[in-house]
Design a protein around this ligand. Structure first.
Ligand SMILES: [Zn+2]
Length: 388
C-alpha cells in the first residue's frame, strides 16, 4: 500500500527544462458516465476548463512551451475519440494522463477508483490525486498450484496478468494437464514434492524477472505448509496469505480472492501505523498528528512516513517562493520569508505531492474513518533529527 513503486518515482522526477507538464484527470465513473457519449460529455467539460486555464497561463510562456501544452490537449482529445481513440473503458472509473509533447512524454493511468476531473500545467507531473490508487497497487504475485499444475498471476498498477511465458518453467496447460510430460516424470513417489519445488523456483524466477512485493498462494489447505517451506527465503518473506480456489478457477475469481487478502493486510498495516503514530507523538515527539503539525514537519523535511485518510481535504495556503505549506488559510504572507502566499483549495493534495517529490513513503487509508484517531493525517518522523 505504500507509494514507492519505481514507475511513480520516475513519473514524479520528470521535470522537463523549459516546458510544463500537463496533468489531466478525467472522471469516467460508470454510475455517472455509463456510455461513451457520457464519457465524451465529461471530457468536453474538462477540456473547456483546461482551455480556460491554458489561456490564463499562456501569456507567461514562450512559444515552444505554449505549443507543447496545446499539443498535449490535442493528444488527450484524440485519446478519448469515440471512433478512433485508443481509450477502452473496461473497469475504468478514472483516467490520469501526463503529457509533455515537446519531450515526447506521455503516460496514461486508468484506475478502477474514481478520480475527480482536473487539470494542472506544472513543471512536474501532478500525481497527488493518484496516491490512493498507487498506494493500493503494491506489485503482488499469485501462485496457484495443485498436485500437477501451476499458474501464476501478477497484479500491479491495477493491471492483472496471467504469466504464460516464463521460459521453460512455464507450466503447459496441456490436455492432460500438468507440466510438459517429457520433462517431469509423473507417478514418481516424489512427484508431488518435485512439483512443489518447481513451483517455488517459478516464483523466484518471476521475482527476478518481473519483481513483486507481495506474494499470495492458492493451494489446498493441507499443502500450504509444504509450498511455503519450499519457497526461497527471499520470496518467503513476501508471502502475505493464502487463498482457496481451484486450479482452473476463472481469473476473476482468483483476483477477487487475492484482493481480499491484500485488503486485510493493508488494514492491519494501517492500524499498526496509527498506533505507532499515537504512541510516538505522545512520548518522544517522533511522530505528529493533525494537519498543521504534519505540514510543519513536511516543510522541515522531517517526515519519514506520511499517513493520510483517503478523501481527506482541507483548504490551505502555499508559498510559491519557498514552497512551504500552511493549514491556515487566513495568512497572507509566508512566515518563513514574508512572500505573499497563494490559497489552495486542498492543501492535503499539495502535501501528498510534496511528499512524493521528496521520496517520502506514503500510506493512504481507505477504510472508513481509519485515521480518525490521528485527525485524518499524521506522520512518523525521521529518527535522530532534533525535535522541538
Ligand atoms: Zn515562503
Amino acid at each position: 500500500m505504500a507509494v514507492e513503486t519505481q514507475d511513480v518515482r520516475e513519473l514524479v522526477d520528470f521535470a522537463p527544462e523549459g516546458y510544463l507538464v500537463t496533468s489531466f484527470y478525467l472522471d469516467v465513473n460508470a454510475d455517472e458516465f455509463p456510455a461513451p457519449e457520457h464519457v465524451q460529455k465529461s471530457l468536453d467539460s474538462a477540456m473547456h476548463h483546461a482551455d480556460e486555464v491554458r489561456h490564463r497561463i499562456e501569456s507567461h510562456l514562450d512559444h515552444e512551451a505554449t505549443e507543447s501544452i496545446r499539443g498535449d490537449l490535442q493528444k488527450i482529445q484524440q485519446f478519448f475519440d469515440i471512433e478512433s481513440g485508443p481509450f477502452k473503458r473496461e473497469d475504468t472509473n478514472g483516467v490520469a494522463i501526463f503529457s509533455c509533447s515537446a519531450q515526447g512524454f506521455w503516460e496514461v493511468y486508468q484506475t478502477p477508483t474514481r478520480l475527480r476531473s482536473q487539470v494542472h500545467f506544472e513543471p512536474r507531473p501532478y500525481v497527488a490525486p493518484l496516491a490512493t490508487f498507487l498506494s493500493h497497487t503494491k506489485p503482488t504475485a499469485i501462485l496457484l498450484t495443485d498436485r500437477e499444475q501451476a499458474r501464476i498471476f501478477t497484479m500491479a498498477r491495477g493491471d492483472v496478468q496471467e504469466i504464460h511465458d516464463l521460459d521453460d518453467y512455464v507450466p503447459h496447460r496441456t490436455e492432460q494437464g500438468g507440466w510438459s510430460q517429457n520433462r517431469y516424470q509423473r507417478r514418481s513417489d516424489h512427484w508431488a514434492q518435485h512439483h512443489i519445488d518447481r513451483a517455488a523456483e517459478l516464483v523466484l524466477k518471476l521475482e527476478q524477472r518481473h519483481g513483486f512485493d507481495w506474494l499470495i498462494i492458492g493451494t489446498e489447505p493441507n499443502k500450504r505448509h509444504d509450498v511455503e517451506n519450499a519457497l526461497h527465503p527471499y520470496v518467503k518473506d513476501r508471502l502475505i496469505g493464502f487463498i482457496d480456489v481451484r486450479i482452473d478457477a476463472p481469473e476473476a475469481e482468483v483476483i477477487k480472492e487475492a484482493r481480499q487478502v491484500r485488503e486485510e493486510v493493508e488494514q492491519h498495516l494501517i492500524d499498526d501505523l496509527v498506533h505507532r503514530i499515537q504512541e510516538y507523538a505522545g512520548a518522544h515527539g517522533r511522530a505528529v498528528m493533525g494537519l498543521s503539525e504534519t505540514l510543519e514537519a513536511l516543510n522541515e523535511q522531517r517526515v519519514h512516513i506520511l499517513a493520510v485518510q483517503a478523501g481527506f481535504t482541507n483548504p490551505g495556503a502555499l508559498c510559491p517562493h519557498c514552497g512551504m505549506l500552511y493549514a491556515d488559510q487566513t495568512i497572507s504572507t509566508c512566515p518563513a520569508d514574508n512572500s505573499p502566499v497563494e490559497r489552495v483549495d486542498n492543501v492535503v493534495d499539495s502535501a501528498i505531492q510534496r511528499a512524493l517529490e521528496l521520496g517520502t513513503q506514503i500510506e493512504v487509508a481507505t477504510g472508513q474513518d481509519k485515521l480518525e484517531p490521528i485527525q485524518c493525517i499524521g506522520a512518523i518522523l525521521y529518527y535522530g533529527v532534533p525535535g522541538r
